[in-house]
Design a protein around this ligand. Structure first.
Ligand SMILES: NC(=O)c1ccc[n+]([C@@H]2O[C@H](COP(=O)([O-])OP(=O)(O)OC[C@H]3O[C@@H](n4cnc5c(N)ncnc54)[C@H](OP(=O)(O)O)[C@@H]3O)[C@@H](O)[C@H]2O)c1
Length: 381
């Protein structure tokens, strides 16, 4: 494993394990397959991964509990950095920050976290969070040693990113970055802005929630072959990030052990400045390929799902809709839609409350796109 030095001297593995897409049972995100997930955590630690990224909200509030249990049972606390996030959207009054933090420490079975983040900030959520005066709370938990480093994760545009970076003496931040998102959200300019301020950056969604790894049409394979690139798409996506000196740690959202092994292998070999010219060329060609085909830039983070009164499987519908175009195989998506999405969960059941759009970190016009997706997915040819 290769490590990157944060400004306080912390040596962080250049790949961290995202604990948001752990293996689950029967498709229930709140039911972590603990045996498989524990195997992944132990493999990660044995192979040098020391950064574990959880959040109050992940896996229906079960992610922190799972991580806490595995770390405790295997006596790993002094081998790992535990990162977790404050669900700022649940906070209406100052003391709730403390109540939630205590609950998180209990969940994690520890008396301190190494990296504590305000979760999913953007211009509006930052304004809202400020109403409950979080900064004295953040100062206090850091002074008490109960949160060793304070940061924020971010999903909004570049001006909002700069505003939040400048608003507090953060120890680190977390942004979405991959080769398709260079000019999206904080993007490359945000990465440079943070670096210029000496702010370590943790990267999330390095494979755009899996979209840059799992798609392999004959045309894409041809792009790889013609440029003599034998890396997998996942490997290439990660290598692109490890190439950048400003990146502190790349969170891998691996959802099984095989993926994790591959990602750790890449993190153990790739380094700054090692992306080859032919790999850069492939990335440019892949960008053009995806740009031409993707309809909705949904990353499947599931933030929209929790409060949808109709429990519409928004991310699955967008994935089916996108795949119609990316794979040139609309029939497969239409069959999936017909078989897996009952009438009461279809976009036509939407009550137009718009909560999904407030929650969507990608700024997708969810309601409008869902309607279009349904039209396309229901076409009979
Ligand atoms: N703070 C925030 O607002 C926020 C938001 C999003 C994420 N995060 C954090 O960042 C972490 C990383 O983001 P992410 O989960 O979106 O990461 P990601 O790496 O972009 O996507 C993860 C998905 O990529 C696919 N994948 C990963 N490795 C692969 C491999 N070697 N081969 C083939 N497919 C592979 C898997 O998809 P399949 O399962 O489809 O195969 C996996 O579920 C999360 O786990 C979470 O901890 C934070």
């Amino acid at each position: 494993m290769k490590y990157r030095k944060f400004r306080d001297g912390a040596q962080v593995s250049q790949v961290g394990l995202g604990c948001m897409r752990l293996p689950i049972v029967d498709g229930d995100t709140a039911h972590i397959d603990e045996k498989k997930a524990e195997e992944m955590v132990l493999y990660a630690v044995e192979n040098g991964v020391n950064y574990f990224d959880s959040a109050y909200a992940y896996h229906g509030k079960m992610s922190e509990k799972f991580v806490g249990k595995v770390v405790k049972n295997n006596n790993l606390r002094d081998k790992v950095y535990l990162a977790t996030k404050s669900p700022t959207w649940l906070v209406r009054e100052h003391n709730t920050y403390y109540t939630l933090f205590e609950e998180q420490l209990d969940n994690l079975q520890t008396d301190y976290v190494d990296f504590y983040l305000m979760h999913s900030l953007g211009a509006a959520s930052w304004r809202n969070a400020l109403k409950s005066d979080p900064l004295p709370f953040l100062d206090a938990i850091k002074q008490e040693g109960r949160a060793r480093r304070i940061g924020f994760s971010f999903h909004d545009n570049l001006p909002a990113f700069k505003q939040i970076v400048d608003a507090y003496d953060w120890d680190f931040c977390q942004i979405q970055l991959n080769y398709m998102d260079e000019n999206y959200q904080a993007g490359m300019k945000g990465l440079a802005y943070a670096a210029q301020k000496g702010l370590p950056v943790v990267v999330m969604e390095p494979l755009k929630g899996g979209q840059l790894a799992s798609i392999l049409t004959p045309q894409m394979q041809q792009i790889l072959d013609e440029n003599s690139v034998s890396l997998s798409l996942a490997g290439l996506g990660l290598k692109y990030l490890f190439d950048k000196p400003e990146v502190g740690c790349v969170l891998s959202g691996a959802s099984n052990l095989a993926q994790l092994k591959e990602n750790i292998e890449m993190a153990s070999s790739a380094d700054v400045g090692e992306l080859r010219e032919n790999e850069k060329k492939v990335i440019e060609e892949l960008k053009a390929f995806y740009n031409a085909r993707t309809k909705v830039p949904c990353t499947g983070c599931l933030y929209c799902i929790d409060d949808c009164p109709q429990r519409i499987p928004i991310n699955s519908i967008f994935s089916m809709y996108n795949n119609m175009y990316i794979y040139d195989n609309p029939e497969s998506s239409r069959v999936q839609f017909a078989m897996n999405v009952p009438d009461k969960r279809r976009p036509s059941a939407c009550q137009d409350c718009g909560i999904c759009e407030e929650k969507c970190p990608q700024g997708i016009a969810v309601r409008r796109e869902l309607k279009i997706a349904q039209e396309r997915l229901e076409v009979k040819e």
